[in-house]
Write a protein that binds this ligand. Structure first.
Ligand SMILES: NC(=O)c1ccc[n+]([C@@H]2O[C@H](COP(=O)([O-])OP(=O)(O)OC[C@H]3O[C@@H](n4cnc5c(N)ncnc54)[C@H](O)[C@@H]3O)[C@@H](O)[C@H]2O)c1
Length: 384
């Protein structure tokens, strides 16, 4: 068995990483052939690559997400952290002949998180418990809030400049928790903190295609607001390319996008929530950030702290002035969120009614997340 902190006897010693179990050789780039695809592939292999960590890497989302990152030409170092099973997941992934060097860590009396995070530029967090039938994302709060707090504390200490991508639910509250933790350590950079809402976007285009036909990938649907039930607001009037949804199908389509996660929870019958589609969606968002290091014009919906992102104040004003965290399409660049776009003024009356419901739920979720940290801080002060 391979353990973090031990070398794997089946891996060539020259390829064993400093922290333990790694590892695959640096990719040898084949001489370019005269095809455009090949040249593009070689170019991708030689552009900026980024050390990336997955926290919760052994889970239902963590494993396929780690696989997608491990085979991406944009990732050269992949660091896996979980409270269980990372040696096995790491050893498995390290046999893939991709360029990524894989290292794996367990808590190791507190040292594992530090070793996993040090030097990372992107940290993706799918750690925590998933929903079971009958649970809402908010029901997860009690357990996942503490997990996200502790992992983001590690980010604040060991890689404070990293992009932080929060997948752990309820995202509406866990992102405010992450913001408060980073603030408490004086390292909060709002352009680097993202709630991953990409699964809503992926589902929206799939479900739109189910209604109007065509290939799901041809539709881009802005999905804004939050990431739970009625806080998820698809702007179906702003589908690109312009697509008309028959009015008698609209309610059912919106409901399916808002509660699509329930279909999976029900079908898995007690064995968890979306994992494979979430891993795909999470990878798509991470890949967009990686690409934005060198490419312009990359826009993805994501849940951000509006006052700290260019263009965010405009969105905040458009949604009533008292909500700080909200998902909108955000232009990404080398330093993270470059500009939040504001699709709210162009929403139809139907969508504005959806937004009103979204605001109510979202405000409560945000306060719950923020107070989880601020109340703990004031209790600590009282004790001093
Ligand atoms: N953002 C989204 O769209 C979306 C979609 C689906 C699920 N989720 C959420 O993602 C999370 C993970 O879901 P899953 O299905 O992979 O669950 P899972 O139980 O299969 O995996 C979670 C993993 O987190 C690990 N973990 C628990 N505590 C940890 C800690 N302190 N440090 C590091 N790792 C820890 C567990 O050991 C486990 O391997 C859940 O909160 C779920 O609700 C989010």
């Amino acid at each position: 068995m391979v353990k973090a902190g031990m070398s794997n006897p089946h891996i060539h010693p020259g390829f064993v990483g400093q922290a333990g179990i790694a590892i695959s050789p640096a990719c040898r780039v084949a001489p370019p052939r005269p095809s455009v695809e090949r040249e593009k592939a070689v170019e991708e292999l030689t552009i900026h690559t980024i050390p990336t960590a997955v926290l919760g890497a052994s889970g239902g989302i963590g494993q396929p997400l780690s696989l997608l990152l491990a085979i991406s030409p944009l990732v050269d170092e992949l660091s896996l952290y979980d409270v269980v099973n990372t040696p096995g997941v790491g050893a498995d992934l390290s046999h893939i002949n991709s360029k990524a060097k894989v290292t794996a860590f367990l808590p190791e009396d507190g040292a594992g998180l530090e070793r996993a995070l040090t030097g990372c530029d992107i940290v993706v967090i799918p750690a925590g418990i998933p929903r079971k039938p009958g649970m809402t994302r908010d029901d997860l709060f009690k357990i996942n809030a503490g997990i996200v707090r502790d992992l983001v504390t590690g980010v604040a200490k060991f890689c404070p400049k990293a992009f932080v991508l929060i997948i752990s639910n309820p995202v509406n509250s866990t992102v405010p928790i992450a913001a408060e933790v980073l603030k408490a350590h004086n390292v909060f950079e709002p352009t680097r903190l993202f709630g991953v809402t990409s699964l809503d976007v992926v589902r929206a285009s799939t479900f739109v295609a189910d209604v109007v036909g065509g290939c799901p990938t041809q539709y881009t649907v802005p999905v804004i607001g939050g990431h739970s039930g009625e806080t998820i607001v698809p702007l179906l009037s702003q589908i690109s390319p312009k697509t008309d949804i028959p009015s008698d199908k609209l309610d059912a389509l919106v409901n399916r996008i808002q509660f699509g996660g329930d279909e999976v929870v029900k079908a898995k019958d007690g064995l968890g929530s979306a994992t494979l589609s979430m891993a795909y969606a999470g990878f798509k968002f991470a890949e967009a950030l990686l690409k934005a290091k060198t490419q312009t014009g990359i826009v993805e919906p994501t849940y951000v702290y509006l006052p700290g992102v260019p263009g965010g104040e405009e969105v905040k004003k458009a949604i009533g002035g008292d909500i700080d965290f909200f998902a909108v399409p955000v232009e990404l660049g080398p330093s993270g969120a470059v500009k939040a776009t504001n699709p709210v003024p162009n929403a139809t009356d139907y969508e504005k009614a959806l937004l009103v419901k979204c605001y109510e739920g979202l405000k409560t979720n945000i306060v719950k997340g923020t107070e989880f940290i601020t109340n703990q801080a004031s209790k600590k002060r009282e004790l001093v």
